[in-house]
Design a protein around this ligand. Structure first.
Ligand code: ADP
Ligand code: ZN
Length: 742
């Protein structure tokens, strides 16, 4: 029965954290109608969930009997209304549910009805004693002495830890000698982390002279920020050109104008210098947000931001939803990094969402990179973004000289497969002699990446995924890098029973072993997902490198990122080709970026740098352009390829993956969705076809692409197609602007 018209209740639209659900309407009849951004408890089916109000004066849907809001958790907006609008934009653009996107804008604790509160702790404070009060026993006197020594205040827990019983404290409270009260405690994510990555940062003031390029870029950016209107600029500066310094000074300028600054980084652990410098300059007015924080720390940081106690948030992708209300500047560092794309629902790209947030907040957006994404450079070419280029390194240090080694010739010369070229071995030996450091990159972990049978030629595959198992020698296991399946190393071929199993395909673990054999006295450290699993491990290794306690660092792409190690003078790339074989249209771009970034790690101190790049494809344009550190040549060539092949950013693309228990089932269901989308004539539909890795975790995957220029119509077509097949909703992934298509 519809609600009666004479009631003056409000109808509110609520985003609920139930995957795939749209906005729901409820009746709000309490004394205080909930404002936009407030959390409410509402019934969904037979459950009660915490949702967010996105529209406090919604139009009631016709002919439905509305259920009541059960309770209003916030009298004031929990989320700033601007963040609610951003979340709704993300939900629509990335074809996700509004509840899914609102949820990532909140700290995890906020999704529980009791989670809006704070962690509190009992504090004991010395009260002014009346003259006639006598301390009775030695215990009470000891407690009072302890408080007086601590300027009159200590957490109750701390006093108990130091041997005062809580009965003693209670008795002091009864006679008015002390006051006990509950206080909000903030958890400082830096506490206990003095030797962590943040300690690495030099706390140089903001007064050292800028290079000419830095100064003129900063002038332009300050002027842009002062216009207080939306604008996006690409800060395209070669590795070591001093982009961080520009970010810091621009941030200080914006903060001086009483506005706030959001800094996005791809991964906190891999950007210790940047995080540390912001911390050093802005102290407690900086909040750090990333998924590595404990839920409590995240909660506290978030509320500090919400209360306006923070000028700068430095964080990973979800920090794009930080609850600022006076945002003046958004910086996206290393804007080309694929980790800005979330690979689960909502599949948003934080860089692109940052630009939208800048537009909504009338803020300046700065995208920084030495190797800008094709998307951003295309936006520059089209006049949508401005660009500032820094062509020189600070101190006019030269970029590393790059030597490309053709491994086909090298192997022909040696007669057997070799891991290291002669040039690389000699280069490392020379660095050891001169007490300089070397970085050796191979973007593949494990010891051997393929185990195959010499009798029948088959290779050892994961039983749950269509990928080869990797041999990890230290663990004496074979492992799947997709589903983490692990097993002991088989003695016989599973196909033919043959006993001649051979290992090929070198990974970082094997590199480390081979380097130790060749250079037994060298101090060698390995950085990959196997060695930095424990919290703080990467910080320890990077710290040791920074102090000069390591001679050779071996690692995956983790070592290629923004570290600044002045003593590294040689970078070796064992195989530049690892990513090139992937069936991904971005393979060439990824390879160029990785090579350019890692080469950029060499020669950042006073001694010049050298890079040695080993490859089987010395003529590939990604390798060539990276060796020449020629971004423009790469961009021209890659843009041409994307246009010719109809790949983004020359047009828009949506990747649709349908999972099934068999490949046939997945293909059949994908076919029906694809047919439906084709009828909408919104764009070109390619496929379905089995995905490049057709089976992952025992699920088969069929895939099709929608390509075209009408992104909205394309998205509506696939959303409608999935809506028409509710049985497929849970098995279908819709990825708008995909970053990885395998
Ligand atoms: P990028 O991020 O562009 O690769 P960084 O910001 O890491 O470059 O800067 C490279 C190095 O140069 C860092 O050690 C930084 O402290 C230093 N640096 C930056 N600007 C200046 C300057 N104006 N004067 C002296 N050193 C600088
Ligand atoms: Zn697997």
């Amino acid at each position: 029965m519809p609600s009666s018209p004479d009631r003056t209740d409000l109808v509110v639209a609520v985003a609920v954290p139930v995957p795939g659900l749209g906005l729901l309407s409820y009746r709000a009849s309490g004394p205080l109608p909930p404002p936009k951004g407030a959390r409410v408890e509402v019934p969904v089916g037979g459950r009660t969930v915490v949702g967010g109000v996105v529209e406090p004066h919604a139009v009631p849907p016709e002919g439905t009997d509305l259920r009541d809001v059960l309770s209003v958790l916030d009298a004031e907006p929990f989320l700033p209304p601007g963040v609610v609008d951003l979340a709704l934009w993300v939900a629509e653009y990335y074809a996700a549910g509004p509840g899914d996107t609102l949820a990532i804008a909140m700290p995890p604790s906020a999704r529980r009805a009791d989670g809006g509160g704070f962690r509190t702790a009992a504090m004991v404070t010395r009260a002014a004693p009346a003259p006639d009060q006598i301390l009775r026993g030695p215990k009470q006197r000891a407690a009072i002495a302890m408080l007086d020594a601590a300027s009159g205040e200590l957490p109750l827990r701390e006093m108990v830890r130091r041997g005062v019983s809580s009965a003693t404290i209670q008795s002091l409270a009864r006679v008015g000698q002390v006051v006990i009260r509950q206080e909000i405690v903030e958890r400082d994510p830096f506490a206990g982390d003095v030797d962590g990555p943040w300690a690495l940062a030099a706390s140089a003031g903001l007064d050292r002279p800028l290079t000419e390029e830095q100064a003129s870029a900063l002038d332009v950016l300050r002027a842009s920020a002062d216009r207080r209107a939306f604008y996006t600029t690409l800060l395209h500066g070669v590795t070591g050109s001093g982009k961080t310094e520009i970010y810091l000074r621009l941030a200080a300028h914006v903060i001086a104008g009483r506005r706030q600054v959001l800094v996005l980084v791809p991964e906190i652990a891999l950007t210790p210098a940047l995080v540390g410098q912001f911390r050093a300059h802005f102290g407690a007015r900086v909040a750090i947000q990333h998924s590595g924080l404990a839920a409590g720390e995240r909660h506290d940081q978030w509320h500090r931001v919400r209360r306006g106690e923070v000028d700068v948030v430095v964080g990973t992708r979800s920090a794009v939803f930080a609850p600022f209300e006076r945002l003046g500047l958004i910086i996206v560092d290393e804007e080309h990094e694929p980790s800005y794309k979330q690979e689960e629902t909502p599949r948003y790209h934080a860089r692109d969402v940052a630009v939208v947030r800048g537009r909504m907040a009338h803020a300046l957006v700065v995208l920084g990179s030495a190797t800008p994404s094709l998307e951003s450079s295309t936006n520059v070419a089209a006049g949508r973004y401005g660009v500032l280029r820094l062509e020189r390194r600070v101190g006019n240090r030269p970029l590393a000289a790059v030597r490309v080694v053709d491994m086909r010739k090298e192997m022909a010369g040696e007669g057997t497969p070799v891991t290291f070229s002669r040039a690389l071995i000699e280069g490392i030996a020379a660095r050891l002699d001169r007490r300089e450091q070397s970085l050796v990159l191979l973007n593949r972990r494990g010891f051997a990446t393929v185990i195959f049978c010499r009798q029948c030629g088959s290779s050892l595959e994961c039983p749950h995924c269509s990928v080869n198992l990797t041999f990890h020698r230290a663990a004496r296991r074979v492992r799947c890098h997709y589903c983490n399946y692990a097993a002991s190393v088989p003695k016989y071929c599973g196909e033919c029973g043959g006993e001649f199993l051979e290992q090929t395909g070198v990974g970082t673990e094997r590199l480390e072993v081979e380097l130790r054999e060749r250079f037994p006295d060298a101090r060698i450290s390995r950085v990959d997902r196997d060695t930095v699993r424990r919290r703080g491990a990467i910080a320890r290794i990077l710290g040791a490198v920074g102090r000069g306690d390591i001679d050779i660092v071996v690692g995956t792409q983790m070592i290629a990122k923004g570290h600044d190690f002045p003593a590294v003078t040689l970078v070796g790339v064992v195989s530049a080709d690892v990513g090139l074989g992937l069936a991904d249209f971005r393979a060439g771009e990824r390879t160029f970026q990785l090579l350019t970034q890692v080469v950029g790690r060499a020669g950042r101190g006073d001694a010049p740098g050298e890079a040695i790049v080993q490859t089987l494809y010395p003529d590939h344009y990604s390798v060539q352009a990276a060796a020449g550190q020629d971004y423009d040549a790469f961009f021209a060539r890659e843009s041409e390829f994307r246009r010719a092949m109809h790949y983004p950013p020359s047009l828009s693309m949506i990747n649709v993956v349908v999972k099934g228990r068999t490949l046939d089932a997945a293909m059949r269901d994908a076919q029906s969705l694809a047919d439906n989308v084709r009828q909408a004539k919104a764009g070109q539909v390619l496929g379905p076809a089995p995905a490049a890795i057709a089976k992952v975790k025992d699920e088969f995957r069929a895939q099709f692409f929608i390509k075209g220029t009408r992104r909205k119509a394309m998205r509506e077509a696939i959303v409608a197609a999935v809506a028409a097949r509710p049985d497929l909703r849970r098995r279908t992934i819709v990825d708008v602007d995909p970053v990885s298509v395998i």
